[in-house]
Ligand binder design. Structure first.
Ligand SMILES: [Ca+2]
Ligand SMILES: [Ca+2]
Length: 563
């Protein structure tokens, strides 16, 4: 290991806030001092001793922690550790993650369907329009009285879901809720945050302009005849690894079902509340959201258990549809979430009649198929509007959030990377960087409830994890860090002929399932099961429901610690 071996020093490759904690993990067993140097003058500005050996619970590999939190002077630095090497350069400054947060929001701009991305906004990743979706077929599984088989509807806009070009309501649900929630939790932060999109000159915050791009598509996914919502807008089969404008496959809307409809209802109800403050810019839109939510809710009450089962559907209808299934067997959490949003919107207690918040169980971390905690966050967020009858469940919801966060931070100081992320092998699920991000959101909720900075500190640790302080040594947001992800499973990044991938996209992250059987995984250890190869959809795809919690985490940390 020579002096140049930066990969032996794992740290947030962007940098640190002056007053916050600053931790690097030095791979190996050598017990030495470390020095912090000004990256230009090479003058030593701080010296410290490495901590005790800590071993990865997955690989057994040893490392030691270099803690230079005491050093607070803004500037550009490197860390040097004898026998280990020299770190990548990093910065200490206020608003250190501002560009990270903006880029992650802009990641959604690059996912916009049905529109060209001009150079002015997309830089060298400018591209032609693809998937106009103005002539979308009603799939035989989705017929209704007003829309017989073969009918054509217009359903443009929205974001491409992930590395593929289809648009799925279920995954849009949690994605939209997460982005609307970071806006609701930190409105002042977003008020003047510009992201260089075509809507940057209007008076609506750019984050909401981006959300509206997908929102307007979602509205077209509701059958105006009965209020039910289609599961997805999709090709029968995935497009090839080609640019959007080269895709010519027919597109369909597919089977209405209960869970997709409830996700839609929750998003519309939350949007109605948020957009009420933009009546001048968006006249009547809030009311349209509310009526869409009411119609969706009524449909779900009439069809409370209509599931989406792709294989069974394909036995009955043609053409077969083999794109992302987003099949969720349990709709209980979607009822709780939709009912909570409807209750907050309408104050009608009927909505809470048939649900229980089930706070006796540990809070499940949010994912596309498990949204119960989104209901908790909503109730906490709107606590001031709740009455005396609501106080009992509100108390137990708050306790669920803080209990969950206390479990996360237990033994944090003993972890090999000193992060909440990775303590439990279950953290390394498909899309593990979304797990890290959603843990960060839970911790920020606990911080908001208690004002105890230990939660905020742990949330920042997970951001450090994603940006380099992890067992792979990668910074997982495309375009950021010294050891960047270069080959995400993302069709435009593969097909556009540009070396750098589209920026601001969060790679899925380590996943020992390795379901893609792609070449390039270094080993089977959970914390290292990552392959920066475009065949690795199991560890290196991007997805809107992973970018959204990352936006929340980065923006919330900026709002709370940026200055
Ligand atoms: Ca704007
Ligand atoms: Ca569910």
């Amino acid at each position: 290991m020579g002096q140049s071996s930066s990969e032996n020093i794992r740290l947030n490759q962007i940098g640190f806030y002056p007053a916050a904690s600053k931790i690097a993990v030095v791979v190996g067993e050598e017990n030495t001092d470390f020095v912090l140097k000004d990256s230009k003058s090479k003058k030593v500005v701080f010296t410290g001793k490495l901590g005790e050996i800590r071993k990865s619970q997955y690989s057994g590999k040893p490392g030691r922690i270099a803690d230079f939190s005491a050093f607070q002077k803004p500037g550009n630095y490197i860390l040097e550790v004898p026998k280990a090497g020299t770190s990548y350069p990093f910065e200490i400054k206020t608003e250190i993650h501002k560009n990270v947060a903006i880029a992650a929001i802009r990641g959604f701009y690059y996912q916009r369907a049905s529109v060209a991305l001009p150079e002015k906004f997309a830089g060298k990743w400018a591209r032609a329009e693809g998937h106009p979706d103005d002539k979308v077929l009603i799939h035989p599984s989705a017929v209704s009285a007003g829309r017989p088989e073969g009918s054509v509807i217009s359903s443009p806009g929205g974001w491409y879901d992930a590395g593929d070009y289809n648009k799925y309501i279920v995954n849009s649900g949690i994605t939209m809720a997460t982005l609307l929630s970071v806006y609701e939790d930190f409105p002042a932060y977003f008020k003047n945050l510009k992201t260089n999109i075509p809507e940057s000159n209007n008076t609506v915050p750019d984050l909401l302009d981006e959300v509206l791009w997908n929102f307007r598509w979602m509205m077209t996914m509701q059958d105006p005849g009965d209020g039910g919502v289609y599961h997805k807008l999709t090709n029968p089969k995935f497009d090839g690894m080609i640019m959007p404008d080269a895709c010519k496959n027919p597109r369909y809307v597919v089977q209405k079902n209960t869970i997709a409809t409830l996700d839609f209802v929750a998003v519309m109800a939350q949007s109605a509340k948020v957009l009420k403050n933009f009546e001048k810019e968006l006249p009547g839109l809030s009311d349209s959201c509310k009526s869409a939510a009411l119609k969706g809710w009524a449909w779900a009450r009439k069809n409370p258990a209509m599931g989406y089962h792709q294989n069974e559907m394909n036995k009955t209808y043609d053409p077969d549809v083999v794109t992302g299934g987003y099949e969720d067997k349990d709709g209980k959490d979607e009822w709780i979430w939709a009912a909570s949003e409807m209750y907050i919107l309408t104050k009608d207690e009927d909505y809470l009649k048939n649900i229980s918040f089930e706070t006796d169980k540990p809070m499940p971390l949010p994912s596309w198929s498990q949204v119960k905690a989104l209901a908790y966050y909503t109730m906490i967020r709107n606590e001031k509007q709740l009455g005396p009858v609501d106080q009992q469940y509100l108390r137990s919801i708050k306790k669920s959030v803080t209990d969950f966060s206390d479990d996360l931070i237990k033994d944090l100081e003993k972890q090999p990377y000193q992060t909440v992320m990775g303590k439990n092998i279950k953290d390394f699920a498909w899309g593990s960087n979304a797990v890290a991000s959603n843990q960060g959101i839970a911790l920020i909720q606990a911080y908001k409830l208690t004002k105890n900075r230990k939660y905020l500190h742990a949330a920042l640790g997970n951001l450090d994890y994603i940006l380099g302080r992890n067992a792979t040594g990668y910074s997982f947001l495309t375009g950021f860090g010294s050891k960047q992800v270069m080959h995400p499973h993302h069709r435009p990044s593969i097909a556009d002929g540009i070396v750098e991938p589209v920026p601001g996209l969060l790679s899925g992250g380590p996943n020992p399932g390795q379901q893609d059987k792609c070449a390039g995984y270094p080993n089977n250890f959970a914390d290292e099961s990552f392959a920066d190869a475009d065949c690795s959809y199991a560890s290196n795809e991007i997805a809107i429901n992973w970018n959204a919690p990352f936006v929340y985490l980065a923006a919330a940390i900026e709002a709370l610690s940026g200055k």
